[in-house]
Design a protein around this ligand. Sequence first.
Ligand SMILES: NC(=O)c1ccc[n+]([C@@H]2O[C@H](COP(=O)([O-])OP(=O)(O)OC[C@H]3O[C@@H](n4cnc5c(N)ncnc54)[C@H](OP(=O)(O)O)[C@@H]3O)[C@@H](O)[C@H]2O)c1
Length: 268
Amino acid sequence: MKRLINRLRGRHYPLTGQIIWLTGASSGIGAALVPVLAAQCRHLVISARDISSLMPIAEQYANVSAMPADVTDPQSLALVAHHIDEVFGYIDTLIANAGTCEYLDVGQFDAALVRRVMHTNFDGLVNTVAAALPLLRASQRGYLVAVSSSVTWLPLPRAEAYGASKAAVDYFAKSLRLDLAQEGIDVSLVAPGFVKTPLTDRNHFAMPMRISAEQAAQAIVAGMQQHQHSIHFPKGFTRILRLLGALPDCLQWPLLKLFTRSQRKPRA
Ligand SMILES: NC(=O)c1ccc[n+]([C@@H]2O[C@H](COP(=O)([O-])OP(=O)(O)OC[C@H]3O[C@@H](n4cnc5c(N)ncnc54)[C@H](OP(=O)(O)O)[C@@H]3O)[C@@H](O)[C@H]2O)c1
């Protein structure tokens, strides 16, 4: 029904006929996006560092090709962009999904860990945009989807590096949206709650309302088809997080302290 209303309002953006570049497609949310995108688009280029994980995914579809690329290495991204330029001359959609997560143990403060996470999540996304922008400009309907996180709405314990890297992504993408609007290129931010992937399988804490990677992929594509500027899910979780994030400090702080205490590891 909602889709029909959006169609009537002229706010439906089909993936049919699109050339799409998806980073971080070798596992988790990225890998789950592949079948959903491949079923609708004209061609999907998938990238990640581990080509041996990407190839078996790509081989399942006639319209998917895989290329290795490390988002922290602009040269490897330039090779993918060059290949796309040679074959297609443009992309309609870039999904900058590659990312990592490491938690900080403040007792053993590790600046290198923070730099590592920032480098992959923020510098990596900027590098990806730099490589893909000329290809998006060559499309009639350029669209950039940046995968961030709902963590940016509320400071969470041990998430200093991850949260800061995704907050940087948020600001970058929102600002970029303003500047690229003049060129007809739209920008969406994806803010997942907890999704079951190899990334969260490493977590040793409770992950309320965690959904499957397949559910996440469906939510992302549904949001993309409406060019929602903020694609967030699962709604029950992200709305609570947003509400807590909007509380005045005098109310938010005691709640956060309570949460931090419950997450603290007992001292040996
Ligand atoms: N899972 C969640 O609950 C959750 C919540 C909020 C946001 N997110 C975000 O969603 C995105 C996908 O996460 P996920 O949970 O699906 O994690 P995942 O299963 O660990 O997948 C991460 C993907 O990124 C790729 N990647 C990592 N570092 C890279 C690099 N330097 N260069 C190129 N590719 C790289 C990995 O492939 P290679 O290792 O082969 O390069 C892999 O394909 C991330 O941006 C993450 O921050 C996830």
